[in-house]
Design a protein around this ligand. Sequence first.
Ligand code: C2E
Ligand code: MG
Ligand code: MG
Ligand code: MG
Length: 288
Amino acid sequence: NADAALYQAKALGRGNYQFYSEEMNARTLDRLTLESGLRHAVERGELQLKYQPQIELASGHIVGAEALLRWYPAGQDLVMPDAFITIAEETGLIVPIGEWVLRTACAQQVAWRRAGLPALRMAVNLSARQFRQPGLDAMVARVLADTGCHADALELEITESVLMDRADAAAVTLQRLSDMGVQLAIDDFGTGYSSLSYLKRFPINALKIDRSFVSDISSDADDGAIAGAVIALAHSMGLTVVAEGVETRQQHDFLRQLNCDLAQGFYFSQPLPAAALEHILIDGEAKR
Ligand code: C2E
Ligand code: MG
Ligand code: MG
Ligand code: MG
């Protein structure tokens, strides 16, 4: 089915240029401007989500999407999350912003489902502050109920550091989310100091291999061996493996050979506005 995968990758490749150049031009604002602007970003409707497709390597089909936050301050260029998420965390603004992200992403998941498109699992990033916010599980339950999103169609991504720091409290929160049926993924796996055996303590469903391990996977024998070992061990623990930052055909082929389950990256698609991903899904349906 390599042809199907390549076909879909090619289809995805079309028309991405405009989004790419927009993101290349993203602005860096100074801290004060960021802080005061962010306070009103939600109510002014300046936040948007882009959706990066996640491809099932065995079939070449899009089976999920990761919601990625973008900020368009009035009259100015786009600001990327690396330029404002930390400040949003430090000021606590991440809490209302994060709830907006979750609600918007879940509503989008339901809109696609109701439009009869292939069911996508929606992945949403949670930062440390959001994860530790009292009542997180109740907030998630409320958003699922309000939007009609099924719990197992939502995957929450947290990083290893969230687990390493205050592990007991983290385990309780994760168990509550897991009991609701929400899927849980470790983002940027390999960049922290946890190990796969450590992760056994937590009800995790998926691992996302950080793109720093993916970049040299097909050229550096050590990186290839590490990825292969992580994938095999993760599978033996019943975890789904997602490769992040797949940019080349070589990386794609290599990961497929290693039985990596899912992949996302510029090789398949940039993060897209909802309407653009929707067109790809409709196109894909017509060709199935
Ligand atoms: P992440 O969750 O690890 O997301 C993956 C990042 O890699 C995204 O950057 C995505 O655009 C980028 N990416 C995807 N494919 C490729 C590729 O092939 N090559 C390269 N070089 N990069 C690729 P983005 O959108 O700038 O987001 C950066 C980080 O900001 C995210 O990393 C996540 O930690 C955080 N973030 C984004 N949206 C949210 C959000 O809604 N809430 C929270 N709490 N954090 C968010
Ligand atoms: Mg992520
Ligand atoms: Mg990541
Ligand atoms: Mg990251």
